[in-house]
Design a protein around this ligand. Structure first.
Ligand code: ARG
Length: 405
């Protein structure tokens, strides 16, 4: 019986070469799978291309809503920013793609899944940990890790096998995009001292060219997730897309940072994540209004751990779900509105309100009518400073004679 392999297929040159290569090398039937996670590509064209290149069958899966609600929403609740900067957009999509690959492999009785990730990045880890956890018996084939084909060799192979060469084949960049962001790598971007050229950006205008008047947006959150934009209730996918457009128009959401990849390499990463940048900033701000200082302090650590786990390919790790249990417990109160000002590449939260706000004007005001009894602070300071005061007095008494007889 001919072997069946399920291939994660993007329609790009790499996975198209893979599609042919797998057929030849393994003498196998290839079933291609493309997920729509909001990468804004023509799925019909991708399907046509897969079939032209000999795919036995093709699955086009619209996973936008699932991606938004099962992956992006938990990331919002966790204020997920890897190394304080990157909204883990690519990282979030990988476990979902892996899940669908496994589903198709089981349905089609395939014994292997294949992906086009290199051996240098995080994506191979994300795919394989998830696939192996969901289906320990399915083999994972990662040809790009083994074949060491140069770009020229790949183009030669493509020409020999009638694989269409994309028009932008000369562009040196490697791009991955979905609803939550766009990642751009390679070419001149590999020189961290050089400013990214304007041509790498597609979702955001340069701040210099952004409108001269600011724009305000109001996001309403319920239980930690955005439900309306400027008063319009919207479905998750529409809300995120609208915000990508609005913030992108103001040049908001460009990220340029040095990132620690899981496998130990430092890399310079450039992203455009307009909606993610705005939503996470707004969400963090709202949490400050609603959660206690103790909750905030602890959640800050939990959020960082959550982001690191997800970045490092451990979406499916039980600890992630354990952390989600804590996060969800806090998020039941995170309801309210946040007003944000977008202007020339910058964003600022300029207003927030919530029925569950812990802010009390009567306590906070410096006006005379405050309910706060200032005389109680005297005793508080006395006790609060007690250990610090004692230590200072004691240590000064000893002046350089510590521990001497
Ligand atoms: N450095 C980012 C990450 O690890 C972006 C990866 C982009 N992946 C890609 N196949 N182009 O999440």
């Amino acid at each position: 019986m001919t072997r069946k392999i399920v291939l994660a297929y993007s329609g790009g040159l790499d996975t198209s070469v893979l599609l042919k290569w797998l057929q030849q090398k393994y003498d196998a039937d290839i079933i291609t799978v493309t997920l729509d996670v909001g990468q804004q590509e023509d799925l019909e064209k991708i399907e046509e291309k897969a079939k032209d290149l000999g795919a036995l069958k093709h699955y086009s899966i619209d996973a936008k809503e699932e991606f938004a609600e099962k992956f992006i929403f938990p990331a919002i609740k966790a204020n997920a920013l890897y190394e304080d900067k990157y909204p883990v957009s690519t990282a979030l999509s990988r476990p979902l793609i892996a899940e669908k690959l496994v589903e198709v492999a089981k349905k089609e009785k395939a014994d292997a899944v294949a992906h086009g990730c290199s051996g240098k990045g995080n994506d191979q880890v994300r795919f394989e940990v998830s696939v192996k956890a969901l289906a320990p018996d399915i083999e994972v084939i990662a040809p790009v890790r083994e074949w060491n084909m140069t770009r020229d060799a790949e183009i030669k192979f493509a020409k020999e096998n009638n694989i269409p060469i994309p028009v932008d084949v000369d562009k040196p960049y490697s791009v991955d995009q979905n609803l939550w962001g766009r990642s751009i790598e390679c070419g001149v971007l590999e020189h961290p001292e050089i400013e990214p050229p304007e041509e790498v950006y597609e979702w955001t205008v340069s701040p210099e060219k952004a409108p001269n008047t600011p724009e305000y947006v109001t996001i309403k959150f319920e239980h930690g997730v955005p439900v309306s934009l400027n008063g319009d209730e919207m479905k998750s996918v529409d809300l995120i897309w609208s915000l990508n457009n609005i913030a992108g128009k103001h040049g908001v959401g460009r990220i340029d940072h040095i990132e620690d990849r899981l496998i130990g390499i430092k890399s310079r990463e450039v992203y455009e994540c307009p909606a993610a940048t705005v939503i996470i900033d707004a969400h963090k701000d709202l949490e400050k209004l609603i959660l206690t200082r103790h909750e905030l302090l602890f959640k800050h650590e939990v959020d960082a751990l959550w982001s690191t786990l997800v970045y490092n390919g451990l979406w499916i790790e039980p600890l992630r779900k354990d952390l989600d249990a804590f996060i969800d417990a806090t998020q039941q109160y995170v309801c309210g509105k946040v007003r944000i000002k977008l202007y020339k590449g910058g964003l600022r939260v300029v207003g927030r309100s919530s029925p569950l706000s812990l802010y009390d004007l009567n306590l906070a005001t410096y006006n005379i009518e405050s309910r706060f009894d200032q005389s109680s602070s005297k005793g508080f300071i006395e006790l609060w400073g007690l250990p610090t005061r004692m230590a200072n007095v004691l240590r000064k008494l000893g002046e350089n004679t510590y521990c001497q007889k």
